[in-house]
Design a protein around this ligand. Structure first.
Ligand code: XUL
Ligand code: MN
Length: 346
């Protein structure tokens, strides 16, 4: 197993600095432009930016492919001028009126074509921005009414979509981000186990991997550290979206460690043990400010999540693994439990 990197590198998306809107009320903070966000990302210790395709090129569907790529190159320059890198591009397949019933798995063939075309364009954007990593969060690939679609047919359609993406660029790597629900009732690829099994249905499983998000694991009733390690073991964890989630409710994207510090410790511990980051992977923070947060404090959730991660790296490195091993050998798991608690309490 590789050693952990000497220095972790962090990534964040422009959507993580948001205006506080929720389904029940309007914005609570004024919008900040992309240049402002880039400056803050750099100043606060971030190394790379995660993008949706339309974070790069707003109103993307109304623009020619030549214009899209020109704008993408200009954004790449701005990112590099700010001293940052581009980590990944994710096609936002869930916003268009065309994908109300899903993208790749819609019952409408024109929606399916749109999803594939837009995903291929996202690969071209990624290429223009200097990254090979595409993140696919399959937001609407699932159902509200299970009888409306066949799972078998939907898997075939998803495989076909991903195969076309793989064929589009010889170096593209597709990291699928599982989530069990929201916005759909039941998603087709709810966990990292589903994602990695799915990878083997494609024409080039070596180029299909995963992104694990803490909140999504909690929504699936699973342990985020185990989900991470399931992908780490075969070398399939190509990014992470660390955050936190207070039980089974809407996707909260809370600051990392803010709900369950012990689970956060366990997540950092598996990343450390597997040398995550030593192949250039970023620690992505998919976190959101609370709606109540003011503009002045509208970046703190990102700064705090990064800080908590690094403090937990220190905690993991200082953990008495020898004491843990002897308690394990004695089957004294009560002692082990308290060892962890005492260590976290400091
Ligand atoms: C959705 C989610 C997205 C993806 C990127 O819950 O986490 O932000 O991470 O498309
Ligand atoms: Mn995410």
């Amino acid at each position: 197993m590789p050693d952990p990197p000497a220095k972790y590198r962090f990534s964040i998306g422009p959507w993580n600095i948001s205006e506080g809107r929720d389904p029940y009320g309007p914005d609570t903070r004024p919008a900040k432009d992309f240049a402002w966000k880039l400056g803050r990302f750099k100043a606060e210790g971030f190394d790379a930016v995660m993008f949706h395709d339309d974070d790069v090129v707003p109103e993307i569907d109304s623009k020619s492919s030549g214009d899209v790529l020109r704008e993408a190159r200009a954004v790449r320059e701005a990112v590099e001028d700010a001293g940052l890198a581009v980590e990944m591009v994710a096609p936002r397949l869930w916003f268009s009126p065309k994908t109300v019933d899903g993208g790749f798995t819609s019952n409408d063939p024109s929606a399916r074509r749109y999803a594939v075309d837009r995903s291929l364009q996202a690969i071209d954007i990624a290429d223009a921005m200097g990254t090979e990593l595409i993140v696919l969060w399959l937001a609407r690939e699932g159902t509200y009414v299970r009888e409306s679609k066949s799972y078998e047919r939907s898997l075939e359609l998803l495989v076909d979509g991903v195969d076309r993406m793989l064929a589009h660029h010889p170096n593209v790597r597709i990291a699928i981000e599982p989530k069990p629900n929201e916005p759909v009732d039941v998603a087709y690829l709810p966990t990292i186990g589903h994602v990695l099994a799915f990878a083997h249905l494609t024409t080039d499983p070596a180029r299909v991997g995963g992104v694990v998000e803490t909140a999504h694991c909690v929504l699936a009733g699973l342990d985020p550290a185990d989900e991470l390690e399931f992908a780490l073991t075969p070398g399939k964890l190509w990014s992470v979206h660390l955050n936190d989630q207070n039980g089974l409710k809407f996707d909260q994207d809370k600051p990392f460690g803010s709900v369950n510090l012990r689970t956060a410790f366990d997540q950092v511990r598996v990343l450390e043990r597997h040398g995550y980051g030593s192949e250039g992977e970023y620690v992505g923070l998919d976190v959101h400010a609370f709606r109540t947060t003011t503009l002045e404090r509208g970046f703190d959730h990102a700064v705090n999540s990064r800080r908590t991660f690094l403090r937990l790296v220190d905690k993991v490195r200082a953990f008495d693994e020898e004491a843990a091993q002897s308690l394990i050998a004695e089957r004294d798991y009560q002692g082990l439990d308290q060892l962890v608690i005492e260590h976290l309490l400091g």
